[in-house]
Design a protein around this ligand. Structure first.
Ligand SMILES: Nc1ncnc2c1ncn2[C@@H]1O[C@H](COP(=O)(O)OP(=O)(O)OP(=O)(O)O)[C@@H](O)[C@H]1O
Ligand SMILES: [Mg+2]
Length: 360
């Protein structure tokens, strides 16, 4: 059994991480399909899949939740033995649920949720996507309805982006600047009196009184929620460090991406997290056949086309050979699975099935 096969067979939580665009969503979808094929009730928490991939995974447009039916899995080549549920990670919906769960009272939660500043800005605060991915993982895990939860994460430039974003976000919501803003209310300035101060009247001129009022109400509503959020972030971190959890690092062969992958591996291990696998995705595999044997019989193309094809193919072969050598060198350093570039986007379950043999 390959390392990655062991993960989908044994673990309770698998998290795919990596820089932008390397294939985290694609690879985690494949891991989920494989887990269900191995008889594990699986939930895939997925982030921003393309519309066509989401549809292939059974999520209808505008829906948040889907299920890959047994029939569709079979048609694509998989042999499903357990259910596969898919949830699109929607930061806003998860944030709403979290506010409801952690606000000191129902009334406080209602005030935050209906606040305009919250509605327009909340999902773009730094760290929100990472925090929400972790929160969605924890709450899905706590539901206890699945043998395995697979989490696809937002693109990260630094590992700390994913691991420490939650506590940083809680700190923003708790920060002293906002606290003092709120404290003014405590000192019974009240909102209207607050705005008699010269500096605030200046800000008000720029952003408008409604915006300031909404911000003021938003941060006062969040008083106390930060603590609850920090506690949830700590629990998520404990889950990620537990023996049932493992990370899969996805990377491309680009030098910066590989360097990230190598250093993340070290950082994760040093932090007490398990790295169960590495995937080098979209590598160009050398072609075994000559171009002539790949073209349709009798192909001559219009004038010049055949020679252009020939030169492109030569170039492709050169790059593929170089990538092949690079993979060989890397293999001496660490263990990974190499997945080839399929030549076009991965949108159908059968496309994912085509990549299966490289991981399992
Ligand atoms: N092995 C592959 N062969 C061909 N295309 C691929 C392969 N893996 C991924 N792709 C394509 O590359 C694009 C990016 O893949 P994907 O969305 O999985 O990356 P990601 O790491 O999740 O991106 P983001 O960081 O933006 O979330 C998609 O169009 C996908 O279809
Ligand atoms: Mg993605």
């Amino acid at each position: 059994m390959t390392g990655i096969a062991r993960l989908v067979a044994d673990k309770k939580v698998v998290v795919s991480i990596g820089p932008g665009g390397v294939g985290k969503t694609t690879i985690s979808s494949l891991l989920a399909l494989e887990a269900a094929s191995r008889g594990r009730r699986t939930l895939a928490l997925t982030m921003d899949p393309s519309r066509r991939l989401a549809q292939s995974l059974g999520v209808r447009p505008d829906a948040e939740f889907g299920r890959v039916t047994e029939r569709r899995m079979r048609e694509a080549g998989f042999s499903p033995k357990a259910e596969l549920a898919v949830r699109l990670l929607d930061s806003r919906a998860t944030f709403d649920a979290l506010v409801t769960k952690t606000a000191p009272s129902e009334d406080a939660a209602r005030r935050i949720l209906s606040n305009n500043y919250y509605k327009s800005v909340a999902s773009s605060l730094a760290g929100v996507h990472e925090y929400m991915a972790g929160e969605a993982l924890l709450s899905s895990f706590e539901e206890g309805a699945y043998d395995l939860v697979i989490l696809d994460t937002p693109p990260a430039e630094h590992l700390s982006g994913f691991l420490s974003a939650p506590s940083r976000l809680a700190a923003i919501l708790d920060s002293s600047g906002f606290k003092s803003f709120v404290m003014m209310d405590r000192l019974s300035f009240g909102f209207t009196k607050l705005f008699t101060s010269v500096s605030l009247r200046f800000i008000e001129k720029i952003v408008g009184i409604d915006v300031l009022h909404d911000m003021w109400e938003f941060f006062s509503g969040f008083e106390g929620v930060g603590e609850g959020m920090k506690a949830r972030a700590r629990k998520t971190d404990e889950l990620l460090k537990s023996p049932g959890a493992s990370f899969v690092i996805v990377t491309s062969l680009r030098e910066d991406s590989m360097a990230n992958a190598a250093s993340w591996r070290g950082e994760l291990a040093a932090g007490g997290y398990d790295v169960g696998g590495m995937v080098v995705n979209r590598a160009l595999f050398p072609e075994k056949r000559r171009l002539r044997d790949k073209l349709p019989k009798g192909f001559s193309g219009h004038k010049g086309l055949a020679s252009k094809l020939e030169s492109n193919y030569g170039l492709y072969t050169e790059i593929a050979d170089a990538e092949h050598d690079a993979l060989d060198r890397l293999r001496r350093e660490f263990d990974f699975a190499a997945v080839p570039d399929a030549g076009s986007d991965i949108t159908a379950l059968s496309d994912l099935y085509g990549l299966r043999k490289y991981l399992f």
